[in-house]
Design a protein around this ligand. Structure first.
Ligand code: FES
Length: 571
């Protein structure tokens, strides 16, 4: 146990006027004097909001954390930060991930906190909170909110990935509006976030594989009483972490990041994983590049049979043994000694786990799908990279050459996609430009654009689609995303025209347009960029400083850490 002066003593340990001010106003909450006498002060960073339905149960979860903190001799203080609800926030929650990270960073540093518990749930709340905490680097533990129970509709299990199927069924007349209304209530029947391996579940797994949570954090359903137990135990643990001075930078090593990449491949995690993990690495100062995602996950097959890549749901994953059972299977590939928030190596989290259902968690010897992970494509379309999730793609389309059908922006796409005269067939390659970080601030999840109705009616269910935007973690299809540099920067992606021949060569990890270098440079000379640039407010700041997706789409001035010291103290 390290004997380090508590950070909070700079506030509550003071005498005279300053100490009076720091303690007196806190006492208006009915807090007795002994709470201020040398107990570790633990912040509970809460993204509760009724506008973030996935996190709407977080006040209750915070109470469980508090019980644990009190039990261990700490003093809990809950504080709010901006919350990001994926379904309601316009234009896209990703636009505000970096803003929330700033809120978290400054809230932690500015207050008398010795340690912090991050309550994370809906997609962007997890990376935003971890990024912000990394830039302060005090003892930190993550508690995820858990997924919803599996939806039930007309005798079938359903969850978020079915929304895309329902939508296509409705567009082609196979489902009525009334049936859609019934299905929406059947799907969201309990507290928690999306029940498939979408971005929220991916982020919860990422936190567990990084060693930032207690074992089993990712898969316990939100409605299961064991979620409260985990929150309680995390409250106990954070107090000890403060006493041990176990900081985020002790846990978030290069080895921990490699473990997260390997585990993400095995569970078929969301493509958003790349952007968020790169941004977190940038904050904590670990040298991670987009190419590491292919290298570290080489040879890792898909072990988890979960939607959207497979059949089951997060609830099933928990009953089958959860992430510890997946990591046990990956043992030979993982950095077993990577330190976790428990103060023990990650291998301690999984070595005694058991798999109870091999249809949900397969073995390395007989995987659910040999194709896994997130593949990084390079080529003249995407010099800095584009990403693809092969487990969610159609195998026959992974080697494909076809004529481009170009949509210059999302409005152009919406106005023409269902035009019966659109010159497109199932072999075409759909290209959507100007939905990258700068071109459409926040990179909306429109990359898995819907297939034209006239092709849907013919029974076409997948096509090669390319964009500089993102795709929902619950989405699927043969979709190349995150093209970098994005169209708004005027790279080769920006000059592709309808009729150009595009070649996706998954085996060789390449994505090219068949144009000569002379033709490419001629078109670039005549290219007119017409990106809408904001002139004030946060969007102005974002567009002025956001980096490309292959770097994590963080803002350039937010990279790294400013530490926990307060350099100008007015008291
Ligand atoms: Fe919140 Fe899917 S909408 S996790």
């Amino acid at each position: 146990m390290k004997d380090k002066k508590l950070r909070s003593s700079e506030w509550f340990g003071r005498t005279g006027k300053d100490g009076f001010i720091y303690r007196s106003w806190m006492k208006n909450q009915g807090i007795p004097a002994h709470e201020f006498k040398g107990k570790p002060v633990i912040g509970i960073c809460n993204t509760w909001s009724e506008l973030t339905p996935c996190n709407a149960h977080f006040r209750e979860l915070a109470e469980s954390v508090k019980h644990g903190i009190y039990e261990a001799g700490g003093f809990p203080v809950e504080f709010p930060v901006m919350s990001l609800g994926e379904t309601l926030i316009k234009p896209t929650a990703m636009l505000y991930r970096n803003l929330v990270s700033m809120d978290v960073e400054e809230s932690i540093r500015a207050n008398p906190l010795d340690g912090v518990v991050l309550l994370c749930g809906c997609d962007k709340t997890t990376p935003a909170l971890i990024m912000g905490a990394c830039s302060v680097n005090i003892p930190t533990i993550v508690v995820s909110g858990g997924a919803m129970l599996t939806g039930k509709y007309q005798g079938h299990d359903i969850a978020t990935s079915d929304v895309w199927r329902f939508s296509e069924a409705q567009r082609s007349g196979r489902m009525t509006e009334e049936e859609m209304n019934i299905a929406e209530a059947c799907m969201s029947r309990s507290r928690g976030h999306c029940a498939v391996m979408g971005t929220a579940s991916t982020m919860a797994v990422m936190a567990e594989a990084l060693g930032l949570t207690l074992p089993e954090n990712a898969a316990i359903p939100a409605a299961d009483s064991r979620r409260k137990v985990l929150a309680h135990m995390s409250g106990i643990r954070i107090v000890d972490m403060v006493r041990e001075d176990l900081k985020l930078s002790d846990v978030l090593t290069r080895e921990a990041f490699e473990n997260a990449v390997i585990t993400n491949a095995a569970i078929g995690g969301s493509t958003n994983f790349i952007i968020h993990l790169l941004a977190i690495a940038g904050r904590i100062g670990v040298d991670l590049t987009i190419d590491d995602f292919d290298t570290s996950a080489k040879g890792i097959p898909l072990l988890a049979n979960l939607q959207p890549s497979g059949k089951y749901f997060m609830e099933d994953l928990y009953y089958a043994g959860g992430i510890p059972a997946v990591m046990k299977e990956l043992d030979a590939k993982l950095n077993r000694d990577a330190l976790t928030v428990t103060g023990k190596p990650i291998s301690n989290h999984y070595q005694n786990s058991t798999c109870y259902n091999r249809d949900v968690i397969a073995t390395m010897g007989a995987p659910f799908n040999p194709l896994a992970g997130i593949t990084v494509l390079k080529g003249n379309i995407c010099e800095h990279g584009a990403v693809m999730k092969p487990s969610a793609a159609t195998p026959a389309l992974l080697q494909h050459t076809g004529k481009a059908v170009v949509f210059e922006n999302i409005d152009d796409y919406k106005s023409r996609v269902d035009d019966p005269d659109l010159d497109i067939d199932e072999n075409s390659v759909m290209v959507l430009k100007n939905v990258g970080p700068k071109g459409y601030p926040g990179m909306p999840e429109v990359g898995n654009m819907s297939i034209p109705k006239k092709l849907l009616d013919k029974g076409v269910t997948d096509m090669v689609r390319i964009s500089d935007g993102r795709m929902s973690g619950t989405g699927f299809g043969t979709v190349a995303l995150h093209v970098s540099p994005e169209a708004a920067l005027g790279g080769t992606f920006a000059i592709i025209q309808s009729g150009d021949i595009i070649e996706l060569d998954f085996k060789n990890r390449s994505l090219n347009v068949q144009l000569s270098t002379e033709e490419i440079s001629k078109r670039k000379q005549h290219l007119i960029l017409n990106t809408d640039l904001a002139t004030r407010g946060y969007v102005y700041l974002y567009q002025s400083h956001v980096e490309q997706s292959h770097l994590g789409a963080d803002m350039d001035f937010l990279k790294g850490s400013s530490g926990s010291e307060i350099h100008k103290d007015s008291h």
